[in-house]
Ligand binder design. Structure first.
Ligand SMILES: C[S@@+](CC[C@H](N)C(=O)[O-])C[C@H]1O[C@@H](n2cnc3c(N)ncnc32)[C@H](O)[C@@H]1O
Ligand code: SF4
Ligand code: SF4
Length: 473
């Protein structure tokens, strides 16, 4: 395979995974699933799927994950898995379990490295009501027990949401004697507001999770459920908009390792470097349509440039998800965020060669500003400083997608002026906002940052919660 120059150091697929949604068709219609909302019109051809498998093997991806839609509806899925067998370390399929019939289980039972994840969201009718079809629980339950008897590697994934959170202990307990590889109690991703767990039950749920954790520890079960996942990663799982701001997690959007380790083929054949950033906005054709191979797309300059601009200056604002904690670099960066870490050093080295050194000198300060301003989540942003520093701050914030409500300045001669088409106001506006209970966040964009910071502190503003300083002034 002929790869363009410089690519070898850029991607590190030996740490990565390919995740393929073979189809968006599904036999079920789960309440919380986006795929259930889509028109069921896309299925990757058998040839394309096998081409992706060959690409994965050639590029030594250690993980290959098959999802959908419901991939076991297709007639080539077991063939695809057999093709990967012995050539890819971990093969994972995520399924609703309805098509895990005796025949399918027999075809899969001896595949080395295979891990079958079955999604079961409740016991009996609770599950059936969530997935919209009676009898589904019985089939999935039978399949996991059969896999247990055959010593296969399998896990259970239960998405915890409004319709089943009261059963969370029961869901864990029902399967807890099975020799599963893991049981994930996944906090629902908040696509649909009516499925969020009521905020007033937050503590109750966290208590239940604590009880489950203690029980699973005693039974030596691998429970993929940490109370901290519920409270930190998915602030939005509990319908509490106020708390969202506090819970927002620091994340490695800047210089994120994921796009250089992961390839996602989504529900309509688009190839993406992760599934949270808005890659569509780059208007690059990433679709595996007729004649276009995965290799063509991934090793194109467009794809590399898209990743560079998302994870470099003015790019991806990051995600606060645990979906990528299999990526050790991502995990380390979200759990121990430090802008001057190894990945940055690597990036700086890379940028020196490939980009221009002017940008490189700004990187650490830029990262500090960006992380600082994330705390403004949901609040109106003001810049204190209506001079050059303020305007520079305005432009930097605009470049990372943050809108500014106005400038604040102590110099009364500029009150009422407009800069970058927003008003310049007196510091009195801070008190007005506080009195009205409107959340606001101040970014100090001035060389007099220390004086301004002490004025803000006197007015009860807390550093890095209510204000931050642009270090690039
Ligand atoms: C989209 S499904 C595709 C595979 C298969 N049809 C299944 O249900 O396992 C992949 C996983 O995403 C989970 N899922 C769907 N909607 C979700 C949501 N809103 N939040 C978190 N997980 C979700 C499903 O339960 C399933 O475990
Ligand atoms: S079975 Fe899977 S793909 Fe189908 S609707 Fe449910 S979560 Fe979505
Ligand atoms: S959305 Fe998340 S995984 Fe994707 S590039 Fe941004 S931080 Fe990384």
């Amino acid at each position: 395979m002929k790869r363009p120059r410089n690519i070898d150091n850029f991607f590190d697929f030996s740490k990565g995974k390919i995740m393929v949604n073979l189809t968006n068709r599904c036999n079920l219609k789960c309440l919380m699933c986006l795929a259930a909302e889509e028109e069921h019109t896309f299925t990757l051809s058998r040839e394309k799927a096998l081409e992706i498998a060959a690409f994965a093997i050639e590029n030594r991806f250690p993980r290959f994950e098959i999802s959908g839609g419901e991939s076991l509806m297709l007639d080539y899925t077991t063939e695809l898995i057999e093709e990967l067998a012995g050539k890819t370390e971990h093969i994972q399929i995520i399924t609703n379990g309805v098509f895990l019939t005796n025949n399918t289980i027999n075809a899969l039972k001896d595949i080395p490295g295979l891990h079958v994840v079955v999604s079961i969201h409740g016991v009996g009718t609770t599950h059936d009501n969530i997935v919209g079809k009676s009898g589904s629980f019985e089939k999935a339950d039978k399949a996991v027990r059969q896999m247990a008897d055959l010593n296969m590697r399998f896990s259970i994934n239960s998405v915890i949401q409004k319709k089943n959170y009261r059963q969370v202990y029961k869901i864990y307990d029902y399967f807890s004697d099975l020799p599963y590889n893991g049981h994930s109690l996944t906090p629902v991703e908040p696509w649909f507001d009516n499925l969020l767990i009521p905020h007033e039950d937050t503590d109750w749920v966290l208590n239940q999770l604590g009880k489950i954790e203690r029980s699973s520890k005693a039974k030596k079960k691998n429970l993929v459920c940490r109370t901290e996942s519920f409270s930190k990663y998915h602030g939005c799982t509990f319908a509490d908009k106020e708390k969202e701001r506090e819970r927002l997690f620091l994340h490695p959007g800047f210089l994120c390792s994921v796009p250089r380790h992961l390839i996602v083929i989504n529900n309509n054949g688009d190839v993406f470097p992760c599934y949270h950033h808005k890659w569509k906005d780059y208007k690059v054709n990433l679709n595996l349509d007729k004649g276009r191979s995965i290799e063509d797309i991934v090793y194109s300059d467009n794809y590399k440039n898209m990743i560079m601009s998302a994870t470099g200056l003015f790019g991806c604002l990051g995600c606060n998800t645990y979906c990528y904690t299999w990526d050790k670099d991502f995990d380390r960066k979200i759990n121990n965020p430090d802008p001057i870490d190894k990945t940055i050093t690597e990036f700086v080295e890379y940028s020196k060669r490939e980009v221009n050194s002017l940008c490189v000198s700004m990187l650490p300060g830029y990262e500090v500003l960006r992380r600082g301003v994330e705390k403004a989540f949901g609040a109106q942003i003001f810049i204190w400083g209506a001079g050059k520093g303020g305007i520079r701050t305005f432009d930097l914030l605009a470049a990372i997608g943050k809108s500014v409500f106005g400038f604040i300045d102590s110099n009364e001669n500029v009150w009422g002026d407009r800069l970058r088409d927003v008003p310049v106001l007196s510091p009195a506006v801070l008190n007005e906002y506080k009195e009205k209970g409107i959340p606001l966040f101040v970014v100090i964009g001035s060389v007099h940052s220390e004086e301004i910071a002490s004025t803000l502190k006197e007015r009860g503003f807390r550093e890095s919660i209510d204000y931050c300083t642009n270090p690039l002034i």
